[in-house]
Design a protein around this ligand. Structure first.
Ligand SMILES: [Zn+2]
Length: 362
């Protein structure tokens, strides 16, 4: 882990005292007019000593569910920090955010550019500036993402489960699903973990939206992590089940057509369960798409028109026994639970029907 920050109250030219919480701006880059590009932060300091933890959102500038979660934490204060320092960064990629874009104006991906370089491209310099001013001072980081454009994700934590400190933080979040992996080279989490700042990401919902149940899910997980780190008092909230997957697979369309879905994000599927029926525009069935193995639907396309090769459904594979147990638990859950509300909300923007109600193929 990175050495403890010797001065956790100093952010730019601001001094934030123990027990104090407020907004501040850090200058990260320069605009064409020569003005500073400023990044908003919200810093909450507990009265007692503890780790410095940052929660970041919109490293991809169009992925703003986490931005909504951070705004809600700053406005409504759903928990209070009693120890350590919580640094909330609602938008890391401020230049992409202003253009509703994943990328920076130089068309690079900030989340492939960490830790960055002072002598590099615009994106590389922003990455370096953020890494030096924020990440290098943090003991832990939670980075909030969504699915890419035209897809949605059931909330899942991604983390390098071979690193004990990262694995502990990932489990503390309390997600049903953890997908193990180091993350792409140049991603904030890969670079931060390498630097000694255990970092996990949450992948939840869609781009360009603040989805209420996804925001609730993110805040619950952030609070759980802060409870685990001794920064917030209380008990963590347990998920209904836990699955840790180290392999996932996109099921792709084999034919062009127009999809009617039979599963939604977060659904548990068994091998050969039908995922979608692929029809012509007037409804004649072309073919069906089924699950190659049992698992949990991690993500789906929200775009029903497909050509061969288009991704339809991202499945996290799980062991049969674990899956059966999770299925039994989910079948007994009430509709008012967060798990069921998230599943219902994410499926509401796509047509999901029972596979049995399909007319038989010719
Ligand atoms: Zn992302």
């Amino acid at each position: 882990m990175a050495d403890a920050d010797p001065d956790p109250g100093r952010w730019g030219d601001a001094i934030i005292e123990p027990g104090e919480q407020r907004a501040h701006f850090l200058t990260m880059a320069e605009s064409p007019s020569g003005d500073g590009v400023r990044l908003p932060l919200y810093v909450c300091r507990g009265e007692r000593k503890g780790p410095t933890v940052c929660v970041t959102a919109a490293v991809h500038g169009d992925e703003i569910n986490g931005t909504g979660a951070i705004r809600q934490i700053a406005r409504e204060q759903p928990f209070s920090v009693v120890a350590g320092t919580l640094v909330l960064v609602p938008v890391v990629n401020i230049l992409g955010f202003e253009r509703h874009s994943r990328y920076l104006p130089d068309r690079r991906d900030l989340n492939r550019s960490f830790p960055g370089s002072h002598k590099g491209s615009q994106t590389g310099r922003l990455a370096r500036s953020f890494f030096d001013q924020v990440i290098s001072r943090c003991a832990y980081c939670i980075d909030l993402h969504t699915a890419a454009v035209r897809r949605t994700n059931f909330p899942n934590v991604r983390a390098d489960m071979s690193d004990p400190a990262v694995a502990a933080l990932a489990r503390a979040f309390g997600a049903e699903l953890i997908v193990s992996g180091k993350g792409p080279k140049g991603s904030l989490r890969a670079a931060a973990c390498e630097h000694g700042c255990p970092t996990i990401i949450l992948e939840a919902g869609e781009v360009w939206k603040v989805e209420p149940s996804v925001v609730e899910y993110a805040i619950r997980g952030i609070r759980n992590c802060l409870v685990f780190l001794g920064m917030v008092e209380g008990e963590p909230t347990e998920p209904p089940y836990r699955i840790e997957a180290d392999s996932t697979k996109w099921v792709r369309a084999e034919h062009g057509g127009f999809l009617e879905f039979h599963v939604g994000p977060g659904d548990i599927v068994n091998a050969n369960d039908m995922i979608a029926t692929n029809t012509s525009l007037l409804g004649d069935e072309i073919n069906t798409v089924s699950a190659p193995q049992g698992g949990v639907v991690l993500g789906m396309t929200t775009m029903p028109s497909v050509v061969p090769g288009d991704p339809i459904c991202h499945i996290a594979y799980a062991r049969k026994g674990t899956l059966r147990k999770a299925e039994r638990i989910v079948n007994a859950l009430g509709g008012e639970t967060l798990h069921e509300r998230v599943r219902g909300d994410l499926a509401s923007s796509m047509l999901v029907t029972d596979a049995e109600s399909q007319p038989p193929a010719d």
